[in-house]
Design a protein around this ligand. Structure first.
Ligand code: TNX
Length: 523
């Protein structure tokens, strides 16, 4: 018990290895394999040299400096070698070997090496006055190709610096996609030369009367480049045909008047705010009252302009056209819109992405990726709609709302957040689900990946984002990256909470203002 306690204090996690219980350093998301070596730890000092790939060396030096205040030397000398070995197997995979004399990180590609460096950052431990790296061998590769976080910059606008910080924090957990929810009823957040009035007339406010804002094209490019330097793609979402009240402020001829149902009136009563009115900015939290005009060719000229310009600004393969909660559009009209919007995106040479409701549309482009936002136990036809994407030969991104919606309140947490998705959502619930168990008949071959959305009706600042996302984003990262539940000793809640707890000092040194959840034994 004493050994165990000491191991846990040092940020290690006990696991069975060759029949013995040994202590291993805490890595999140859990790697494919990690074995303790027989050597003494590698000691880090200002004499430690890092050699090899320059970008990876810069990334490692930044982590080491933040964590230990040591500045690594460059050039020859005993130390850390970072290299790419293109002959080694899976994309984004890496190996780490640590002994007393050296640390070697080998990536199959630049992304794999970057992920190896993130893992190495987690292996650094304090030993008295010294900093050491535990002697281990790690082999690691992602389970899913797509590992995303989503940030809603429409309900509350978040400036470029905040987005960059979120990219850094998410990339440390091996996320490789940043989905930006750029437009909604409350605001249009990206300037497009083809339709300049969107940001001129529809970006000024956020939920609750808070200030708005938008990204210039240079801002957007800056985000894309920064994300790329952390091996993340940007997936821009322009939500349509619902969630489009802001479009009507700029181009009234494209939008139907708001259609407010009795249910929306109840929501408005619960959350406060005014009812939506044509021509006035909307700063409440109700959804489902807006729609683009479906039977007007001008709408499709608009869709073509918007996505054409975004396609040229976005190197990643995906353009997301929303498709959620179009509650004031008839099913027939919705299907027609989804078919045409998905074809427009596909004709631009991009892969369309849509929320799962769009799967019901018969004419949807076959290549469209679906994003499932239902519950872990699907309700009311959600599974059928989601499964339709797989039947078309495409894949799904899983964002089960009652597990990894990062905007749900925590139990015993801050006031921030909503509760509609069976909330509050504990860290344990965010963790304890298995992707291949969510949708009947959808196994790994039908799953492109996992994404944790952060809607921002109640989320105003960078500190709010960190609080809601950490530690629960780590649970989503493990679902996206690590072996399936049951395929690894590390894939248990008991192991995860210990490993996450050990990351507290690293996260603090990186400036991640995580929620100190009482479910986690923080070191
Ligand atoms: C549902 S999930 C929405 C968003 C809200 C969110 C709040 C989805 C595709 N749509 O419009 O912001 O709930 O949790």
């Amino acid at each position: 018990a004493a050994v165990l306690a000491a191991a846990l204090l040092a940020g290690c996690t006990p696991v069975a290895q060759n029949g013995d219980t040994v202590s291993l350093p805490a890595v999140v998301p859990a790697p494919v394999s990690i074995e303790a070596g027989p050597d003494a730890p590698f000691r880090l000092s200002s004499a430690t040299a890092v050699t090899g790939e320059a970008d990876a060396a810069a990334a490692l030096s930044a982590i080491v400096e933040a964590r230990t205040a040591l500045t690594l030397a460059s050039g020859d000398g005993a130390g850390i070698e970072l290299r790419i070995d293109a002959r080694s197997d899976a994309p984004e995979s890496y190996r780490i070997a640590v002994d007393e004399a050296s640390v070697t990180v080998t990536g199959a590609d630049a992304a794999g090496l970057f992920y190896g460096v993130q893992t190495l950052g987690q292996l650094i431990a304090r030993d008295g006055d010294e900093w050491t790296v535990s002697p281990v061998t790690i082999e690691d590769a992602p389970r899913f190709a797509y590992r995303g976080v989503m940030l809603d910059v429409a309900r509350h606008f978040h400036p470029v610096e905040t987005v960059k910080a979120y990219i850094d924090h998410a990339a440390s957990l091996k996320f490789n996609a940043l989905h930006l929810h750029l437009t909604d009823d409350q605001g249009w957040r990206v300037h497009l030369d083809s339709r300049p009035e969107l940001t001129e007339k529809a970006s000024g406010t956020s939920v609750g009367g808070d200030p708005g804002g938008f990204y210039t094209k240079d801002d957007y490019r800056e985000i894309v480049e920064y994300a790329d330097s952390r091996h993340m793609i940007v997936v821009p979402e322009i939500d349509m045909p619902g969630h489009t009240h802001a479009v009507g402020l700029a181009y009234p001829e494209l939008a139907e008047d708001p259609s407010v149902s009795d249910h929306m009136r109840e929501v408005i009563r619960d959350y406060g705010g005014d009812e939506p009115r044509a021509g006035a900015p909307y700063d409440g939290m109700a959804v489902g009252f807006s729609s683009l005009k479906i039977h007007d060719e001008a709408t499709y000229d608009f869709v073509a302009d918007i996505f054409g310009e975004l396609a040229a600004m976005t190197p990643g393969p995906y353009l997301h056209f929303g498709g959620d909660e179009s509650l004031s559009t008839t099913d027939e009209d919705f299907a027609e819109f989804v078919g045409r919007a998905s074809e427009i995106i596909s004709d631009l040479g991009k892969t369309p992405v849509a929320w799962h409701e769009a799967g019901a549309a018969v004419g949807i482009a076959d290549t469209t990726v679906g994003q499932y936002w239902g519950f872990l136990t699907p309700q009311e036809g959600a599974a059928e709609k989601a499964t339709a994407f797989v039947d078309n030969g495409a894949q799904l991104i899983l964002s089960p709302a009652d597990a990894i919606y990062l905007d749900m309140k925590y139990p015993n947490g801050p006031e921030l957040g909503l509760t509609w998705a069976n909330g509050p959502t504990s860290v344990e619930r965010a963790y304890s689900w298995e992707p291949s168990d969510v949708l009947p008949g959808v196994d790994d071959s039908g799953i492109l990946g996992v994404e944790a959305p952060l809607w921002t009706e109640t989320i105003r600042t960078a500190a709010d984002i960190d609080t809601m996302a950490f530690p629960r984003a780590a649970a989503a990262a493990e679902a996206a990256w690590s072996p399936a539940t049951g395929a690894s000793d590390l894939r248990t809640w008991a192991s995860f909470r210990q490993r996450v707890g050990a990351l507290g000092p690293l996260w603090t040194s990186m400036g991640i203002g995580f929620h100190p959840s009482d479910e986690i034994p923080w070191v």
